[in-house]
Write a protein that binds this ligand. Structure first.
Ligand SMILES: N[C@@H](CCC(=O)N[C@@H](CS)C(=O)NCC(=O)O)C(=O)O
Length: 209
């Protein structure tokens, strides 16, 4: 049985959603953020030395990075579902989106969050952060202006991996100029598997209100 170590209000919500989409049974171990610091509890360090979530265990295998977890779950348990045929160019684009989420798009959004906490002291950094946020969100919005999901009409795990980018950008009030991202979020949040994952994962501040 696959075990998912899930931190509330976090990127690991994506893993629950993927498992619900694939209808793969899993055991959920939940961890709660510290209400003051918002950090993960120390128990998570016993599973992942980084103290971060998501983490999955599948027999002797343990994985701690969300795009690798998504790739693993689909390769090992997905029977080809939720990804393009690996022999097609669409697959290369799919892999690129998997990396793009955490490797590129997340950084300016995290900087916005952290530097925002500095108040006035962070003001000199905001023009560059804002332009990079706009750069990445503009890229995503343009991609979504051409299709229903990231890879066309067909929903894929690339949408799951990228979902947190859309959701965190919306929570930061950054979607005013990006109607295609906003509409995409509405579409994916309406999926029954997304809703089922929400019920299992507990409070998630980025869910539809
Ligand atoms: N790039 C990693 C990021 C993992 C990560 O930063 N997880 C956050 C949750 S959104 C976390 O566990 N934070 C708790 C902490 O740092 O104490 C991934 O996508 O899996």
């Amino acid at each position: 049985m696959i075990i998912v170590h899930h931190l509330n209000n976090s990127r690991s919500q994506r893993i629950l959603w993927l498992l619900e989409e694939l209808a793969i049974p899993y055991e959920l171990k939940c961890y709660q953020r510290d209400p003051k610091t918002n950090l993960a509890p120390p128990e998570l360090k016993a599973i992942n030395a980084l103290g971060k979530s998501p983490v999955i265990e599948d027999g002797v295998q343990k994985l701690i990075e969300s795009s690798a977890i998504i790739d693993y779950l689909i390769r090992r348990h997905g029977d080809g579902r939720l990804q393009p045929d690996p022999s097609t160019p669409a697959y290369d684009e799919y892999v690129q989106w998997l990396h793009f989420a955490e490797g590129s798009a997340m950084l300016p959004l995290m900087l916005n969050l952290y530097v925002g906490r500095l108040g006035e002291a962070g003001a000199p950094l905001h023009p560059r952060i804002n332009s990079e946020v706009a750069n990445y969100l503009g890229y995503l919005d343009t991609a979504l202006s051409q299709s229903v999901f990231l890879l066309g009409d067909e929903f894929s795990a690339a949408d799951i991996q990228m979902s947190f980018i859309g959701e965190i950008a919306r929570a930061q009030g950054k979607l005013g100029n990006y109607p295609h991202i906003a509409a995409w979020i509405e579409r994916f949040q309406a999926r029954p598997a997304y809703q089922a994952a929400l019920k299992k994962g507990g409070k998630y501040d980025f869910a539809p209100h």
